[in-house]
Every structure is written in C-alpha cells, then in structure tokens.
Write a protein that binds this ligand. Structure first.
Ligand code: ZN
Length: 389
C-alpha cells in the first residue's frame, strides 16, 4: 500500500469513526483532526511523495529564526463565539512556546524520549500590516448566518458568508469557526488546497481553552508538512525518522508507558490526539521537516519579518482632545498596533475606567466621569495626564 493510499484509508476510517461518534450522545468529544478527511477530497500535494523526502534531505535550511505573520479570521454565528483579542494573543504566545520548546510542561516528556525533543527556529506574530500595507490588529471578525461554516468551502469567501484569505504566500491564515461536533480543526499541507483555502481552521471551543490550545500547535504542524504518526500496518508514514511507528492514535491522557508495533509509543507528541495538557513536544526530526517544508514550499512566509509587531509594550500613544469633555469622544492614537491595556485613575489614585483591546491605530472611546479634574491614563506601563472638563 502506498503512502497516499494509507493516508486516504486512514481518512475513511476516521470518517466512519466520526459518524460513530455522532451517534454516541454521552461520549466525550475526542480531539479528532480533519486532516485526513480533508485529504480525501484534496488534490495531490507534492509533500505526500517519498521522492519529496529525498529532495528535502538535500536542502539546507537557514538556521536563523523565522517569524511568520498570522491573521485570525473569526467567523462566528452567535455573539458568544466571538473570542476576545486577549485569548488570541495568549494562544499565539502558547504556539510560540510549543514550537520553540519553551512550554512549561516540556519536563513531562518521558526520559526515553527526552533526547529527541526538537526546538524550531520559527516564531509567529499577529500581522501588523494588512496585504495593502495598512495598519491592522491582525484579527478579522465576520458574523455569519451559516451553521457549521468551519467545514464548508464558504468559510474562505467573504462574499459567501466567510472571510477571504489574506495573501497565503505571505500570511498564515487561521480561521476560527464552528467545525461541528467531531472535528476540532484541520491544517492544510502545502499544495493540498487552493491558495484561497490554504491555512488552518480551528473550532472555537478548541482554541478558547484554559491553558495552551494544542489544537493550534497540531494544525500548524500539518500546515508545515507534518503528518500523524500512526498507521494500522505499523509503517513509518510520517517521513520522520525519530518518531516511532505506532498502530493507532491515543486519546485522553495516558499515564503509563504504552506501546504498539514493538515500540514505546510517543503519544505525548503534538501530532497525536491526546488532550491539550498531555502533549508536550515535536521531535528534532519533525522540526527538521517543518523547517525544510517552509523553505521549499512556503518561502514567502520567511520574507516578511517586518510585518510583525516588534514590542507591543513600546507602542507610543497620544490623546486628543486634551482637555477633553467627559462623555464625548476621546481618541487614543498609537504608533503601532498594540494590545492595549488601559487604566484610568483619578487624582486620588482610584481606578475609574479600564479596557483591554487589540488596537490597530486609533481607539475611540466615550465614557462619563463623575467629576472634572486631572486624571492619569496608564497604557501598557506608560502614563499620560488627561484633563477632564
Ligand atoms: Zn491532525
């Protein structure tokens, strides 16, 4: 059986599994990624070929760090699905920790796998410029009327109720949308889908979680060319030498060492299906493959470091008008896109207003103060005096 067929067969298996899961009302939702399901309808991708691996082995990757700009497309139906900016920023930070081996739970990797832990020189940032060069917060919010849009082609088209991809050669597009009951998300391998549909899709429930969302880490792994590690014939189908062959995926949080195919299984790897807080690492081989796939098939992502925010805390701001009439519009203008953490204190040091928000350039707010006088506005550690009339 060739590799592509094996993957397609795995896809059929998971399709059947998903139907079975749908029929089980009491069963907890497993983390099932739509990567294989997606693959059964996708065109040929060069990275499924073993020949590709030989080519990849001869490519030297540049070991200097790469920063990839990310745009989040939040496509939601109900208001409660509209995830706050802070969650997105935090999950991006977790993604960076996971890719760079800086996650605090890395110590949980079993001793027999510790020497295989890989650290990618890949970072992710919120895009600070849109494709036309204008300042942006890196988050697009679209309210849609479509049910389960996350598993529909419409997701990728604004005119059809979704959100258009930003230039997929220059941005990692992450759509957050309802992908239904059984799929937590999927990531497209290079060439697997058309360029307008290239990127990562995550179910909102699997992004807005307590702690790191490993769904994002897992799907970005697919986006950079990683496969799942298991195969029911115990064959090495992921083109990575240091991940042991494994017969099936693991769910939940296995506590004990377990094995199939004559190996100790690496179920705590980000490319398995275990719970968010029970997967901890990519191997050196996986990191090597991602870096090569990036260099070969997604080189545009490596050319746009200036498109990332540098240090969000350093954004300068001005206030106008100042003096300002309480209850009228107050504009705060930033020099860079910023995750604004605003607090307003009165002259006695009492907090009277606060707001946390991702801002591209201008933030217009309107609020009423109890008394006129001098106030002090703190944003991300910088202070300005505001005179209220
Ligand atoms: Zn997957």
């Amino acid at each position: 059986m060739n590799v592509k067929k094996a993957i397609v067969n795995a896809g059929i298996l998971f399709f059947l599994l998903s139907i079975w899961l749908q029929g089980m009302t009491q069963l907890p939702r497993h983390r099932v990624c739509g990567f294989e399901l997606n693959d059964t309808t996708a065109g040929d991708s060069k990275i499924f070929s073993p020949i590709h691996q030989e080519l990849a082995d001869n490519i030297r990757t540049n070991r200097s760090s790469v920063t990839i700009p990310v745009v989040f497309h939040l496509v939601y139906k109900n208001v409660n699905e509209n995830i706050p900016d802070q969650v997105l920023v935090r999950q991006l930070e977790y993604l960076n920790r996971d890719f760079n081996g800086l996650n605090s739970d890395l110590a949980n990797v079993p001793d027999h796998f510790k020497n295989l832990v890989g650290r990618a020189n890949i970072r992710f940032c919120l895009a600070s410029r849109d494709p036309s060069g204008f300042p942006t917060s890196g988050v697009v919010r679209i309210r849609t009327s479509m049910e389960r849009i996350g598993v529909k082609e419409e997701l990728h088209y604004t005119s059809r109720g979704g959100s258009d991809a930003w230039d997929t050669e220059r941005y990692l597009n992450v759509w957050i949308a309802d992908t239904g009951e059984n799929i937590v998300g999927f990531g497209t391998a290079p060439g697997q889908r058309t360029e307008k549909e290239d990127g990562v899709v995550i179910h909102r429930d699997y992004l807005d979680v307590k702690g790191p969302s490993r769904t994002l880490t897992h799907e970005v792994g697919h986006y950079l060319g990683l496969f799942h590690m298991w195969n029911d014939e115990c064959k090495d189908v992921d083109f990575v030498k240091d991940t042991p062959a494994q017969e099936y995926p693991y769910y939940g949080c296995p506590k004990k060492e377990r094995g199939t195919c004559g190996n100790k299984d690496m179920f705590m790897n980000f490319m398995d299906y275990t719970d968010h807080d029970c997967m901890y690492f990519f191997t050196k081989g996986q990191v090597h493959r991602m870096e090569k796939i990036l260099a070969m098939y997604r080189p545009g992502l490596m050319r746009v470091e200036t498109n990332c925010q540098t240090d969000k805390r350093d954004a300068e701001f001005i206030l106008f008008p100042n003096p300002w009439l309480s209850g009228s519009d107050l504009t705060i203008r930033f020099s860079n896109p910023v995750l604004m953490d605003l607090q307003l204190y009165n002259a006695a040091g009492v907090l009277v207003f606060k707001e946390k928000k991702l801002v591209a350039r201008d933030y217009d707010c309107r609020f009423q103060l109890g008394a006129s006088g001098v106030y002090f506005l703190a944003i991300n550690g910088k202070w300005q005096r505001l005179v209220a009339l």
